[in-house]
Design a protein around this ligand. Sequence first.
Ligand code: ARG
Length: 653
Amino acid sequence: MNVLKQLREQFEHILASYTDEPSTYAAMIKPAGDPRFGDYQANCAMPLAEKVGKDRREIAGELVAALDVAELCEKPEVAGPGFINLKLRDDALEAAVNSLVNDERLGVDQVAQPRKIIVDFSAPNVAKPMHVGHLRSTVIGDALYRILGFLGHDVSGDNHIGDWGTQFGMIIFGYKHFLDEAAFAEEPVTELSRLYRLVNQLSDYHASLLELPKLRDTLAERKQDLANAEQAADPQDKKAKKAIKQLSGQVAGLNEKIAAEEQKQAVVDNDPSLKALADAHPDIAVQARQETAKLHVGDAENRRLWEQFIPVCLEALQKIYDRLEIKFDKSLGESYYQPMLADVVADLEAKGIARESEAAVCVFVEGFDAPFIVQKTDGAYTYATTDLATVKYRVDELGADAIIYVVDARQGGHFQLLFESVRQWGYTDVELQHVSFGTIMGKNKRPYKTRSGDTVGLESLLDEAVAQAHRIVSENDDAKPGGAELDGADRQRIAEIVGLGGIKYADLHHNRESDYVFDWEKMLATNGDTATYMQYAYARVCGILRKADADREALRQSAGAIRIGHNAERQLALALIRFPEALEQAAAEYRPNFLTEYLFKTAGVFSTFYEHCPVAKAETDELRTSRLLLCDLTARTIAQGLSLLGIHTSEQM
Ligand code: ARG
């Protein structure tokens, strides 16, 4: 049961006689921000009045008069310019919260019309080690997968791994020229990623040799411009001042770039063996590209190498997924779609959607300067072509109603072009969403890197999280008034769920579009909006039930026994019945942070309740049972909510 939904339905009914978009206005009913204004607030009267040209309070009055919510709410009140305040009746709230006691789904209805939803998430480019940048897609995608599935949709998680990209040319080149056989036999993935980094470094070195003189020339020009501008400028002239500021900014930026290039070169120049390799392979970038091209046209040797690399790379990925308990229904990587690409391009051309332009084949989309290139001048297909083939496959073969792409915001342009091209191609019914997210930053406000400037490997990050969590869990246990309660194995098990939960939650509780700063201390804090806090809140509620000797199964036989007296009980009951609202909101906007927000609030409301309402020592048996039931529901709601975010709980911590 979803009270908000019921209220909206009631309003929609009445709103239909004012507008042909009643659901838009009904959506303006929201939980009230401030309990003084009731539990829910309808803000639809004002915009509606504007639309139909009537007085705002008058419309609000009419809506209230027509509304049939007497069984659910006390008499609605019109406030201010036309807000409608709704307060649930205590008996209705009691009935609602009591109905949850034996409801496994905690009031969450299954959707009436399940949709086939493909969640495209994680999707790392293989053969490079998985790093912190892959975390967000993996964690957000998994949470959405779980939430949509719980709501009853037919969800399919698809790991669209990058297993066909240009990195393979680099690795193949590295393998042919620089392989350390013993290292490869021992730890193939580590050796492959060393080869990748080495080839990358040498290509960069040569690119830098060409780039640096150009940068220096530009710097000299800008410096001259700046000097001229400074000499000519009248100190009163604001425009000139602005131009000078701009030029100095450019000079500073160029100096920074030059320093970075010099640094890059110095690393190679100062290492005789690296320098020898660089000198021996001046055209390494071209050669690596040729290895990719050979792989793509079916060269037997490169194909054999690729087939040798892929399974070991996938195995390494799987280790991380297992640890994070991430599951996919499919892992159809880019290579899977390669046999379909020629047909895709031919079809697009035949339908007049793609055409040749400067020897490449492109789809042009109105409003975009750059076209969507589906075949390059050298005949190669692109990331774009693969994604077009993937949409076709998912709709035609898998019957997708919706495809959601959980991918970095920096690919926004790609997805806009993809979605527009797909529409032109005739796929107009499928919902396509780019669930985009920002970057994980270091404390220096730059993308999170290790001190040496490397990206942070995901595996070591998870180990670090668990180690830090172990310290926190142990300190907390040692500080218990009656002495420590956990043995070594318990501490380790709990450290694992706190550490991994902490990392996931930190990622999920932000508005996904914003960048966020990776901060161990904040992430694992026992107080604040963290998994640790939620996990301790859960353990605390379980502790209360345990100390009261409550048999939770038996307790639930007394469904109907919850009574609302104290305001803190009322607030807790209200929070508990809102679990479906939070989930539906998270699903509607593909935003897990609506669920974390809800859980955090609910834990807070529980704290207030426990401060004011004795449970085990309640004045009467009836009151005790009622409050124990509220505790039981709180524990179940927190555990269920966290589990939909892929986070575990422990009854004792
Ligand atoms: N492999 C890509 C990357 O690492 C992400 C793929 C996302 N999914 C897709 N269908 N394009 O950038």
